[in-house]
Write a protein that binds this ligand. Structure first.
Ligand SMILES: [Zn+2]
Length: 234
């Protein structure tokens, strides 16, 4: 008998980290949502209507069609899903607190301070959390106009995330912006890990809005908490 998950995933790939506490990862270009569902049988996938704003909700606040750019899971059983194609998926997790989630951060989200909203939301528990930056467009591939450095001029981390390039344009380092802002807000640098993966120059491994335009293709970035002492096979 053909394994339905293997059949649905045929020709596609995903990166997944899984242990007794959580499962998280991301898919590559063209990975079907149906296959994602099969990966988590019986677990609702909590998608967000992402609007490039700064709202992060918890799973208890979630409803279908909810407009938000980050999801904080406080209980096992459901899967947080954030879709990206150049923007940064920021995963976060605390083994001690058994909470975690994913946030979608593009330049608009960063400008509005969604990473600061996350830090506020984690509150006193911040030191228990680890962060992981998934695939996103890297500085060398991310050319922006002069209006962006102007918009970010007052941000404490802004210095160094824009580099002037020929033609009066700038290269923007989105992940450096997120990293510097998080460390400025009290996250220990050793708590932030980076996939180092660029969507734009991935040779087609990942969808890239900048490279491909509006194809509708997205990376599915997912995170699920496990029930303590069980749920290991999900
Ligand atoms: Zn690149």
């Amino acid at each position: 008998m053909t394994d339905p998950v293997a059949a649905a995933c045929a020709g596609h790939g995903l990166a997944i980290h899984e242990d007794g506490r959580l499962a998280f990862g991301f898919t590559d270009a063209g990975f079907p949502a149906a296959a994602l569902k099969l990966l988590f049988p019986g677990r609702p996938l909590l998608f967000l209507k992402q609007v490039h704003a700064d709202l992060i909700i918890s799973d208890s606040e979630w409803h279908a069609g909810v407009e938000a750019d980050g999801l904080l899971l406080e209980s096992p059983g459901v899967v947080a899903v954030v879709q990206t194609a150049d923007c940064l998926p920021l995963f976060f997790f605390s083994a001690r607190r058994r909470r975690g989630g994913v946030v979608h951060i593009g330049w608009r989200g960063l400008l509005q301070g969604i990473e600061a909203r996350l830090v506020e939301r984690l509150g006193d528990e911040l030191a228990d959390f680890s962060f992981y930056m998934g695939p996103a467009i890297e500085s060398a591939c991310y050319e922006v106009g002069e209006e962006l450095p102007e918009l970010f001029a007052k941000r404490p981390y802004a210095k160094g995330i824009f580099k002037l390039i020929p033609g009066g344009r700038y290269a923007m380092d989105l992940r450096a912006g997120v990293r510097r802002s998080l460390t400025g807000l009290g996250v220990a640098p050793s708590r932030i890990r980076d996939s180092g993966l660029c969507t734009y120059c991935s040779g087609g491994r990942f969808p890239s809005y900048r490279r491909d335009g509006k194809t509708g293709r997205r990376i599915f970035n997912f995170l699920q908490l496990k029930q303590q002492g069980s749920d290991a096979g999900a």
